[in-house]
Design a protein around this ligand. Structure first.
Ligand code: ARG
Length: 461
């Protein structure tokens, strides 16, 4: 195969079975334009070191541009004889500028330092897309919380009614993990903006090429410190897969709540018609498929991370072909989020909340019992005793089938002499919520402050 990047020391070409196994063009073609960017930068380094004169360098860049436009418009496609994107593009370059010049580009580089660089360039671009989409989702959550500044709902622990909270507080609690995901992407970016180019196959270059120049041309901050590490490390890929998986988990946890809220039993939300689906048999159905797909796809994102880490475990230095197996999972994680996030954001932005229903349920399940205990503490009762008194009141009300707010003066006095009628002041949801004004609490003014902080942190990341 005259297009192959190797072969002179082999008496025969690869068997068809090997060629089939080895071929990666069906997925690494997504890196073609990054490969060409790398080639432009490498050509600069060759020219700076005197391996290409000014005329050759200009023809090389023009040839690479010509190849890039055939990649971009889809007229250049890898052929069945191409092992990978690198070989296919070298063939195309040679067709464009001739073998004498085209054959010079590969000096001082290897597919090993190339691929390690390209995957970083690819991920840096897609990290920006994912970050933008995440920010839109955060905005949608913030907008919903701004639209419902006073709405209350039952706050739960163990999925049981615990204490009343603001809906805005709950929605913002789902936004904070996404803000941290944005911050994770930002932190990851610093580690990713390093260029393995110049590491060659593993040991570095002997041609006096300037890796700083290549890094600069590629918009990266510096070359890898160690050529073995640069070509063999994939923690930058695994870390990106982790951030994708974490985003998936964060969406999945919110999804689970939306799915519950959307049941007849909860009745907290209605999904917009444009963001829910029907049933092929039951005409009345309106299903929360976006939330379910998000929950399901989180498994796939975790799987991609697990697959990557398992592939890396036990790999000796430096490059091993196993590393080629990083591409499909990470591309899949990227595509999964790029499709999922916009749909998810649309669903969140168009959710309609039944705030009357939520307010009705907020005080149920004796969720104001802690307020009774806290009120007793403010009257000077030790908390241990206050907890017992409040618990006894819950039991007494439960036995009578009434709510805490319905307890008569006699019943209050019977449970404890500390329970004077003034306790009723805290037996309202609004009073309970307003009283939780400590840092990070659910009081309306704290939640509003928190929202400004959240917006600032998201914009900062
Ligand atoms: N396609 C490989 C990868 O994705 C890069 C090529 C390195 N091949 C080699 N025989 N050293 O990692």
């Amino acid at each position: 195969n005259e297009g192959a990047l190797w072969g002179a020391r082999f008496a025969s070409g690869p068997s068809p079975e090997l060629a089939e196994l080895s071929r990666s063009t069906h997925f690494d073609w997504d890196l073609a334009l990054y490969d060409i960017r790398g080639s432009h930068a490498h050509a600069e380094a060759l020219a700076a070191a005197g391996y290409l004169d000014a005329d050759q360098a200009a023809r090389m860049h023009a040839g690479l541009d010509a190849v890039a436009s055939t990649v971009a418009d889809g007229t250049l496609r890898p052929g069945p004889g191409d092992e990978d994107v690198h070989g296919a593009l070298e063939q195309a370059l040679i067709a464009a500028v001739g073998p004498e010049l085209g054959g010079r580009l590969r000096a001082g580089r290897s597919r090993n330092d190339q691929i390690a660089t390209l995957v970083r360039l690819y991920l840096l671009d897609h990290a920006a897309v994912i970050a933008r989409d995440l920010l839109r989702l955060i905005d949608a959550l913030v907008a919903q919380s701004e639209a419902h500044p006073d709405a209350v709902m039952p706050g739960r622990t163990h999925l049981q009614h615990a204490q009343p909270i603001l809906l805005a507080h709950h929605l913002q609690a789902h936004a904070w993990p996404l803000v941290r995901d944005l911050e994770r992407l930002r932190d990851w970016r610093e580690r990713a903006r390093v260029s393995p180019y110049g590491g060659g196959a593993l040991a570095g270059s002997s041609l006096g090429l300037d890796p700083e120049l290549v890094a600069r041309e590629l918009g990266l901050s510096r070359p890898s410190e160690n050529s073995l590490d640069g070509t063999a490390a994939r923690d930058v890929v695994a870390e990106f897969a982790f951030v994708c998986a974490q985003i998936g988990i964060d969406l999945s946890r919110l999804s689970e709540e939306i799915i519950l809220w959307n049941t007849r039993e909860f009745g907290f939300v209605t999904l917009d018609d444009g963001y829910s689906t029907g049933s092929s048999i039951m005409p009345q159905k309106k299903n929360p498929d976006i939330a379910e797909l998000a929950r399901g796809k989180s498994g796939r994102l975790v799987g991609n991370l697990t697959g990557l880490l398992t592939m890396l475990k036990g790999l000796p230095l430096a490059y091993n072909r196993d590393l080629q197996e990083d591409k499909e999972p990470i591309f899949d994680s990227v595509r999964t989020l790029e499709v999922l996030l916009p749909a998810f954001t649309g669903m969140v932005a168009t959710l309609r909340f039944d705030t009357a229903r939520m307010a009705e349920l907020a005080p149920q399940g004796f969720s104001l019992a802690t307020d009774v205990a806290d009120w007793l503490v403010r009257q000077g009762v030790p908390f241990r005793e206050a907890h017992e008194v409040s618990g006894a009141l819950v039991r007494a009300c439960e036995q009578r089938g009434i709510g805490l707010e319905d307890a008569s003066d006699e019943l209050l006095a019977q449970v404890s002499s500390h329970l004077t009628p003034e306790v009723r002041a805290v037996l309202t949801v609004a009073g309970s919520v307003a009283s939780r004004a400590g840092a990070g609490g659910t009081a309306p003014e704290r939640v509003a402050e928190q929202r400004s902080e959240l917006i600032a942190r998201a914009q900062d990341a």
